[in-house]
Design a protein. Structure first.
Length: 611
């Protein structure tokens, strides 16, 4: 896991000396174990046409042989952030094809794979990455991102120049590098707390879409449209028996966890007490033949003693079954206030809620324990259709087919404790009424409208690739990398995703219980209380209480002053909203979060010096 930068320029375009070095140092937190830069001459009398930079977090092959930027056969250069977990198997295959290696790193395997197979090599990788490969003989650069977009890769254009980087703040070091907010993105954030995963909060800064690569022609700086190399929508539903689904899921997740444990440094596990992270912890501790942790598994958890969102009891239930050395952190409002500006700086963009700060606290705890790599359960809900949206799409489909008794049974299960079978008659029109009640602006209705438009199969793919996961992964990346920790995601291995998409919807649910292949597959490895738990919290904070208590002075400073946020929202409406929340009239989560977003937007704009 690292931080990268690449600059390509046309002849005659002036880029001040030290620019790539400055951009590289802006992400020193992503790679504290070393740095490197290279300036590559492309001919034409120019001293360089492409510059590469890299900050290294040493995870695999800790020697100098793994340093970057790396060259292969004097014709391919790379700067790369991420891990390719199946590099051992790929290396064997490439050695049989005649390739020789001078390191034990996955980076060199990527270069050899590109040399052997071209861009189709990305289809063979199991892992996460944001990378730039410079193909000197072909005078082109390849910008590529992993299938799920776990690792970031941004790019921007300037006059006669294209730059790519791991974090947006790096572009501040470019000539004329002053960043500007994107009004559309800011207004969408204020309305919904979300942003389009294909765009950013900054004008003229774009992201390479997940699961694609783009080709940059170095002679013209023409950038190709994104070229997809992964097509999950093509996976056929072939598994219709619950027992088969459970067994296949258990085996595939176990194999994914085994690969994700490959590391030359200690590996831990973020444990929320929920089903997904608990399953990952159980799989880790079941590994044999030296593939598991060296000693007890270090787990890292957020707790809030005495608070309704505290999950300590659920964490302890898992720890009673899974042998581990647990670590706990209790985030508090005073620490958040002290961290706020640095938190926003590390995130580059405003966050959706303070639950992201809980993840920030876990990442800091992990680094303080001396553990540079951690696995977690992010993605389990998406790949197994565990959210209520997909479940209700399934119920709607059943109702339209007049399977009303089946729907009634589902509504009596875990999603609706003490369920009401009469709700069966309401399912077909449920979504339209929900949309109408919200009276949301058009930019706020996107995901909800998609739920209405898409069929069950299409919704499952949309949920995995578009709905919530892209921003959750972005926030995770910033949290972990703020403290030089590599986060890994066994549920998001493409073999796990494709296997889950091969399950017919009927095997995902049972009488109101979601994620049945996981629940059944982990039977005997986790306590029944975890497998059949109804509630779901995750890494949360008591943000509503903080907002009207310790954070109130921060809110007051914004709404009473000349905030840059007033360029995007009405200050009078913001003051009325704050008054409603204080008088306890703002009972809804939406009102508290709307007020929080205004405060965060103000602090973000000030931190990044945005007008």
């Amino acid at each position: 896991m690292c931080g990268i930068v690449a600059i390509a320029r046309l002849p005659g375009v002036d880029v001040p000396a030290g620019t790539v070095e400055a951009m590289t140092e802006l992400v020193a937190h992503r790679g504290p174990d070393g740095s490197g830069t290279e300036h590559l001459a492309l001919g034409g009398g120019e001293p360089w046409g492409v510059a590469l930079g890299h900050r290294r977090l040493s995870i695999i092959d800790l020697s100098e042989a793994g340093r970057q930027p790396m060259v292969y056969r004097d014709r391919l250069w790379i700067t790369y952030n991420g891990e390719v977990y199946n590099y051992v198997e790929l290396r064997r295959e490439l050695e049989q094809a005649g390739h020789a290696f001078h390191s034990h790193s996955d980076t060199e395997v990527i270069l050899a794979a590109y040399d052997e197979w071209g861009p189709s090599c990305f289809e063979r990788f199991r892992g996460m990455w944001g990378l730039v490969i410079v193909d000197v003989p072909r005078r082109r650069a390849i910008l590529c991102r992993d299938r799920m977009g776990i690792k970031p890769l941004y790019f921007t254009r300037r006059q006669g120049m294209v730059a790519a980087a791991s974090e947006i703040k790096q572009f501040r070091a470019l000539p004329c590098g002053r960043l500007q907010a994107d009004p559309t993105a800011v207004r969408r954030y204020l309305a919904t707390g979300y942003e389009d995963s294909a765009t950013t909060f900054f004008a003229d800064v774009q992201t390479v879409p997940a699961g694609t690569y783009q080709v940059l022609e170095l002679d013209t700086l023409e950038l190709s449209p994104p070229q997809p190399y992964w097509f999950p929508e093509r996976v056929e539903e072939t598994v219709t028996r619950p027992e088969e689904a459970a067994e296949r899921f258990r085996q595939t997740l176990h194999d994914s966890v085994r690969l994700h444990m490959r590391s030359d440094v200690p590996v831990g596990c973020a444990l929320s007490g929920g089903l997904d992270s608990s399953a990952v912890a159980a799989c880790i501790t079941s590994l044999e033949n030296g593939e598991g942790p060296k000693g007890a598994l270090n787990t890292f958890s957020v707790v809030f003693p005495g608070d309704a969102i505290d999950e300590r009891v659920f964490i302890d239930q898992v720890l009673a079954r899974v042998p581990a050395s647990p670590h706990f952190v209790v985030p508090d409002a005073d620490t958040f206030i002290a961290d706020l500006d640095e938190f926003l700086w590390k995130h580059d963009e405003p966050v959706g809620s303070l639950s992201q700060y809980a993840g920030y606290a876990v990442a800091r705890l992990t680094r303080e324990a001396g553990v540079p790599v951690t696995l977690n359960g992010q993605g389990g809900d998406e790949v197994l259709s565990g959210y209520w949206q997909c479940y209700f799409v399934h119920l709607q489909r059943m109702a339209r087919r007049c399977h009303l008794l089946n729907v009634a049974g589902h509504l009596g299960g875990s999603l609706l404790p003490g369920g009401n079978p009469e709700l069966v008659w309401q399912v077909p029109g449920m979504f339209k009424r929900y949309l109408d009640r919200r009276r949301a602006p058009s930019e706020a209705r996107g995901p909800l409208a998609e739920m209405e438009r898409l069929g069950e199969r299409e919704w499952r793919v949309y949920e995995i690739r578009e709905l919530m996961l892209p921003r959750l992964l972005k926030w995770d990346d910033r949290n972990f990398m703020a403290f030089s920790v590599e986060g890994r995601y066994p549920f998001l291995d493409h073999t796990v995703i494709e296997m889950c998409l091969s399950f017919a919807p009927g095997v995902l649910y049972d009488r109101g219980w979601t994620k049945e292949p996981l629940r059944r597959g982990m039977n005997g490895m986790l306590p029944d209380e975890t497998l059949r738990r109804r509630s779901k919290i995750g890494f949360e904070t008591p943000q509503d209480r903080w907002l009207v208590g310790p954070l109130a002075p921060l809110v007051d400073a914004v709404i009473a002053g000349d905030s840059p946020a007033w360029a995007y929202t009405d200050p009078h409406a913001a003051r009325e909203l704050a008054a409603d929340v204080r008088r306890s009239r703002g009972q809804s989560l939406e009102q508290h979060q709307a007020l929080l977003r205004i405060m965060l937007l103000d602090r973000w704009m000030r931190r990044f010096e945005l007008n």
